[in-house]
Design a binder for this molecule. Sequence first.
Ligand code: SF4
Length: 429
Amino acid sequence: MNEYDSNRIFDTVKKIGIVKTENLDETNIYLLNTCHIRDKAKEKVYHEIGRVKKNFRFKKKPIVIVAGCVAQAENNEMLKREPYIDIVIGPQSYHNINKKIEQYLDKQKKLNETEFDAISKFNYFKRIKNSSHKISSFLTIQEGCDKFCHFCVVPYTRGPEYSRSFNEIVDEAKILSENGVREITLLGQNVNAYNNENYKLSDLILEIEKIKQIKRIRYTTSHPRDMSDDLINVYSISKKLMPLVHLPVQSGSDKILKLMNRKHLISDYIKIYEKLKSINPKIEFSSDFIIAYPGEEEEDFKATFDLIKNIKFVNSFSFIFSPRPGTVASNLDLIDKKISLKRLEKVQKQLFEHQISMNKSLEGKEIKVLVENKTDESTKFFGKSEYMTSVIFDGNDQDVGEEIKVKINHSNQNTLFGEALNKSKKKVA
Ligand code: SF4
């Protein structure tokens, strides 16, 4: 979501004549868009500001802006602790960024802009054209969360659930398609809770699918409680919704799910899995796992491990629990480090085995790839499989933006390697 937000911030500041630079030395405004999800997020921000400070020690200081969820969580604290920071701006206040920069230039006074005002934000942004032209782009449809899982900061940093207007989203998808975007990932902290005047995520998928240039649709991140039947059924109707379901489960133990306040049972999760598999056996699941959550005993861990073995998740994320300040779980007793690490290693070994064997099973086969670009070395091409696996292959310039067939010759844990089979039908001048 920060990638989407950063692009939209840039679409906004462009209006007051700000241009991007890759050269830190010539910067006169330095904006750091921060994420609070990972461990030590706050410290990383101060470390980065320290780097900028050092760089400008003998030069004119740039205006330093900290945006995003760390800014939201820390706000005034940040301005007090690091006087080098001039403006903090929360994720629901980006629409005010030009005003804040101008105010700062006028009065040279530190500014804190951390109101939760998602309605004004999206009302503002509907007038600012989204300039993203990457083949695969994000589109935020929903923000915030009302679920309050005990380990998570999102409800405190992004605020309550808010769903954007259906028509605005479809219009933005059309603009993206005109910019050259061919794959859209619909974004939300709780994306499948999307509900605007009774339009659901399923309605959005089916409407965006009508845009001819859009070839692939994905969504992330979803919650098991909001995997409604209409969304499940879209998998039997849609031609463009990809067959990879990223559905975080966090733990395989009902006891731990309860302690986490996840509001669903493992049996609910398995029902969703079975329904989707019966619609299309080719659908695969990926997930997020928190290992060694406070209270996790051997039998709870075993339940997680067994779930991983049964579902055979692909491309999952797994971390040892680490407390986030301000959350319910922040003061709970941590599980011994050695035990936590041992459990994480066991889980990751199993997850990676699935990933490797899935990739191996594709060797010698033809798969569909959406071609995104040339690789950095510019000798090969790069794209994604339907399951989000990176594919590197010998291809053609005119294939960029096309969905083509690639024969897979070999693979490793994260990447498939092959050669393009069919020339795209796109004409070159
Ligand atoms: S549903 Fe997701 S975003 Fe909401 S509190 Fe739980 S983990 Fe955080």
